[in-house]
Ligand binder design. Structure first.
Ligand SMILES: Cc1cc2nc3c(=O)[nH]c(=O)nc-3n(C[C@H](O)[C@H](O)[C@H](O)COP(=O)(O)OP(=O)(O)OC[C@H]3O[C@@H](n4cnc5c(N)ncnc54)[C@H](O)[C@@H]3O)c2cc1C
Length: 423
């Protein structure tokens, strides 16, 4: 089979690329997907509710992709199809959205399927084809384009968009195939690693307290006695370690053996009146809102008797307590693996991809988008936003061979109210 443009992968990036490149009566566009249904990871995102994007300007978004180099790469895609454009795109197609207090955006129905249906309908409405149960096995460059071998025979195409996602949650279909294709075509990879992952803690004594969480606490990553990075966010105790957005967002930089110092309280909160009065130490400390079971476990791990009268807390014990409560050290056994990671860090190296068009700098007419690239965002909708933005940009670039001016022209139209209507 031959098409003008083939997109491999029907996640948010691939569907967006298909939509932006398809136009009835123009080039033929086909999206190939290994699963029987598109967007399996998209469907489970945000616990099935899909946190599709976040409030905030593009400038604010750029602080959520792990540093200045990544921000520079992401910027043109985000400007081309910005968070407002994403919201309008879905709302104009009949799916109202909900802004949560923390800035996360979900469909009002809290059903990821509602958003997925819009993407699929838009692709088909524009004349794009979606061929499921088609596993791309190998990709070759030919004189006239690309040859794809699949379980359903060979496919030929003039232009190829790879949108195969990363490697996390492999049961959803993202098994890292695109990394292999990219290498076969001459690209280099930054080693793919699990990201947005909980961590397993060494000699973890708090399994009984799993489910307790701390709101917006300071977290420090310490390595070889030095503080490497700090962050702030919610932390959740699990039965074998730590999770929650604060941990997930830092996880791309956490290594086995690192100490994570979690500030359960600020040091100035340990005022002397805490140690006066008739309460036991455990009861006196409850003013900080730390769950009792966890508090008792912390005190016991420090060798402090929880029921001792607060007034009998000597200087040495106060110091120990202060250190523990303002930076309790959790030693990382290891970050969790692919089955628990919500994203992949690493991927197709950014220097080899034109950030204005998503086209390969090595092979003309080859495009990349979404999590396959060496981009991973924080929790909060930043990954799906990038998948959609980079997908729309790759699709639009591939179909019109657009230069930057053409893309800017589309930016103003898109920001003014979603993609132009199909009819
Ligand atoms: C549990 C979980 C919850 C998440 N929640 C959120 C959230 O709320 N908000 C957010 O922003 N991000 C979230 N993410 C991350 C987000 O889902 C991904 O970043 C996003 O789906 C990436 O989109 P993509 O299109 O690049 O890749 P994917 O969504 O992974 O899609 C790639 C597609 O390519 C197909 N494919 C792969 N190889 C082949 C092949 N050889 N042949 C044919 N098809 C192939 C796959 O089957 C898949 O359908 C979550 C991730 C997980 C795992």
């Amino acid at each position: 089979m031959t098409d003008d443009i083939i997109v491999v992968g029907a996640g948010p990036a691939g569907l967006a690329a298909g939509i932006a490149s398809a136009k009835k009566g123009r080039e033929t566009v086909c999206v190939l997907e290994r699963n029987a249904v598109p967007g399996r990871k998209f469907l489970i995102s945000g616990s099935g509710q899909c946190n599709v994007t976040h409030t905030g300007s593009v400038a604010e978004f750029l602080t959520h992709y792990g540093g200045a180099k990544k921000a520079r790469f992401v910027q043109p895609a985000l400007l081309f199809f910005d968070p407002i454009a994403v919201m309008r795109f879905f709302e104009q197609r009949g799916v109202p959205l909900l802004k949560r207090e923390d800035g996360k955006i979900f469909p009002k129905s809290l059903k990821s399927g509602d958003l997925l249906n819009v993407l699929v309908a838009e692709l088909k409405g524009r004349g794009g084809k979606l061929q499921t149960e088609t596993v791309v096995k190998n990709v070759m460059k030919t004189e006239s384009g690309f040859l794809l071998s699949t379980n359903r025979g060979d496919f030929r195409t003039k232009k190829l968009i790879l949108a195969t996602g990363g490697q996390s949650y492999p049961a959803t279909g993202s098994q890292g195939d695109g990394f292999r294709f990219a290498v076969q075509l001459g690209h280099h990879l930054i080693e793919p690693k699990p990201a947005l992952t909980p961590v397993i803690v060494r000699n973890y004594p708090f399994g009984d307290s799993s489910g307790f969480s701390f709101h917006s606490v300071k977290i420090g990553i310490h390595r070889n006695g030095k503080r490497l990075q700090t962050g702030q966010g919610d932390v959740l105790l699990t039965h074998k370690g730590l999770s929650g957005p604060g941990i997930l967002d830092l996880s791309r930089n956490i290594k086995p053996g690192d100490e994570l110092h979690i500030a359960l309280i600020k040091s100035e909160m340990l005022t002397s009146d805490l140690f006066a009065g008739k309460k036991t130490l455990k009861n006196a400390l409850q003013r900080f809102g730390i769950a009792e079971r966890f508090l008792v476990q912390i005190l016991e791990s420090l060798g402090i008797v929880p029921d001792q009268p607060a007034t009998e807390t000597n200087r040495e014990t106060r110091k120990k307590l202060e250190l523990a409560l303002t930076g309790y050290p959790f030693v990382v056994e290891l970050p969790c693996g692919w089955n628990e990671a919500m994203a992949t860090s690493g991927g197709v190296t950014l220097e080899e991809v034109n950030r204005q068009t998503m086209e390969s700098r090595i092979i003309p007419d080859l495009y990349f988008c979404g999590e396959l690239l060496d981009i991973d965002g924080d929790t909060g909708g930043y990954n799906i936003q990038f998948a959609l933005s980079s997908g729309f940009l790759a699709g639009k670039s591939s179909s019109v061979g657009a230069g930057f001016e053409t893309l800017l022209y589309h930016t103003s139209r898109v920001s003014d109210g979603g993609l132009p209507p199909t009819k």
